[in-house]
Design a protein around this ligand. Structure first.
Ligand code: PMP
Length: 431
């Protein structure tokens, strides 16, 4: 495969954009390559500017559950454009969108739209602190909740990949109130509550971790988080920026039958345009301005184009509940295929799958904690990634990210992926 144009584009980009990219993982740095630059995408396929075509398992890191440029959701977008792109005064589509989310997620009575997942979690924490009149929050190692200062502590995603658990520029005073506990470790949470029981405003958690690969939370662990927060008058915040409308129509809350106090959304609810949201019990949400004193605002929040794309996406998901069975069926097909390869090549690799979310780790399982996940062989992943790329399969350019499937990934796509994965694993493991 020829990547000449992408390489030129990257050189040019680096002159004007830090690292040549607008989000670190896009630099392909952890797999030791230059990134590909994209020309266009449709369905499950993405095309770079050199004309190479790939089956895409990044899917914009989650928003594109209906695949790229889905005709049904982009239909009508031109009419909306023609009417104006942002008003700064309310529109009815914002209510329709909120209503859809409220109807889909039983723990959410009211919801506020923002522009990114980062804003959603940041605002949710402010609200939790105001509501409880407490200061501290608990997060878990390996969970990523966006890049607001107080959450940039031992986080996953790009920071995990690059091995910089905290970022310079984050004041120590800001993170003083962030307690980092161990994912799937009840004792670590118990200890935090023993020490700070009167001052913990909230626990924020990815109910299925999607930023250290894919790691499922034990049901007992999630139940414990619900109980301990109830007992201590703290709030439980589910960060469903990835899992919302992906794990199931009602997200992880529905799958695990747990009602958090606040849920954060992003990705799918914007259908590929910039969006985030946070919602929860009316009593809590009514503390937000203008009803209450907790300030949070946004020039482009509830933007009509983003609302249109998100609304249409959710509508299609609601009308076609089979989509979730299909996503899971495809994920299982990949899981089983990978597992067959692992067995027949006799290599140390592990597949984690939760519903339609999955990840292939280059290391021996069980991959059920941050510490375990960190034992993955990232060099082997880099080789695997490169071999897949050269065969026209775009995997996440980092070991600690899950694969994103869409309705548009065909059985043929999956079969091709598995065929090439065998060759790539063979090379990565020197077999
Ligand atoms: N929470 C989770 C669980 C995420 O995966 C992400 C981003 N991948 C965020 C929050 C931050 O969202 P955004 O990138 O839209 O700010």
């Amino acid at each position: 495969m020829n990547f000449k144009k992408s390489q030129q584009a990257f050189s040019e980009a680096k002159r004007y954009i830090p690292g040549g990219v607008n989000s670190p993982v896009r630099a392909f740095k952890s797999v030791g390559l230059d990134p590909i630059f994209i020309e266009k995408a449709k369905g499950s396929k993405i095309f770079d500017i050199d004309g190479n075509c790939y089956i895409d398992y990044i899917c914009s890191w989650g928003p594109l559950i209906l695949g790229h440029s889905n005709d049904r959701i982009i239909k009508g977008i031109e009419e909306i454009f023609a009417k104006g792109t942002s008003y700064g005064v309310p529109t009815e589509i914002e209510t329709s969108m909120a209503k859809k989310i409220v109807e889909a997620v039983p723990s959410v009575d009211k919801v506020r739209m923002v522009n990114s997942g980062t804003e959603a979690t940041m605002s949710a924490l402010r609200l939790a602190r105001a509501y409880t009149n407490k200061n501290k929050i608990i997060k878990f190692g390996g969970c990523y909740h966006g890049h607001s200062d107080g959450l940039l502590v031992k986080s996953g995603s790009g920071t995990l990949t690059y091995g910089i658990p905290t970022s310079p520029g984050v004041n120590s005073t800001v993170i003083e109130d962030t307690i980092v506990c161990e994912y799937n470790n009840i004792d670590s949470v118990k200890k935090a509550f023993r020490e700070y029981s009167n001052d913990i405003a909230a626990i924020i958690v990815e109910p299925v971790a999607g930023n250290m690969g894919v790691v499922e939370a034990d049901l007992d662990f999630l139940k414990y988080l619900r109980d301990i927060t109830n007992e201590n008058k703290s709030l439980l915040i589910f960060d469903e920026v990835i899992t919302g409308f992906r794990l199931a129509y009602g997200g992880a809350g529905e799958v695990y039958d747990i009602k958090p106090d606040i849920t954060c959304f992003g990705k799918i609810i914007g259908g590929g345009l910039p969006v985030g949201a946070y919602g929860g019990k009316a009593e809590i949400m009514d503390m937000i301005a203008p009803l209450g004193p907790v300030y949070q605002a946004g020039t482009l929040s509830g933007n009509p184009l983003a609302m249109h794309m998100g609304y249409k996406t959710i509508e299609i998901l609601e009308e076609n509940p089979k989509i979730y069975e299909e996503l899971e069926r495809k994920a299982v097909k990949l899981e089983e295929g990978f597992k067959e390869h692992i067995a027949s090549l006799d290599i140390k690799a592990t597949v984690n799958r939760v519903k339609g979310m999955l990840c292939l780790f280059m290391g021996e399982g069980p991959m059920d904690s941050y510490d375990q996940v960190m034992k993955s062989d990232t060099d082997k992943y880099s080789i695997f990634f490169r071999e897949m790329l050269n065969r026209g399969i775009l995997f996440p350019p980092a070991q600690f990210e899950g694969l994103f499937l869409s309705t548009e990934h065909s059985d043929e796509d999956i079969e091709k992926t598995l065929e090439f994965a065998y060759e790539a694993l063979k090379i990565a493991y020197n077999k």
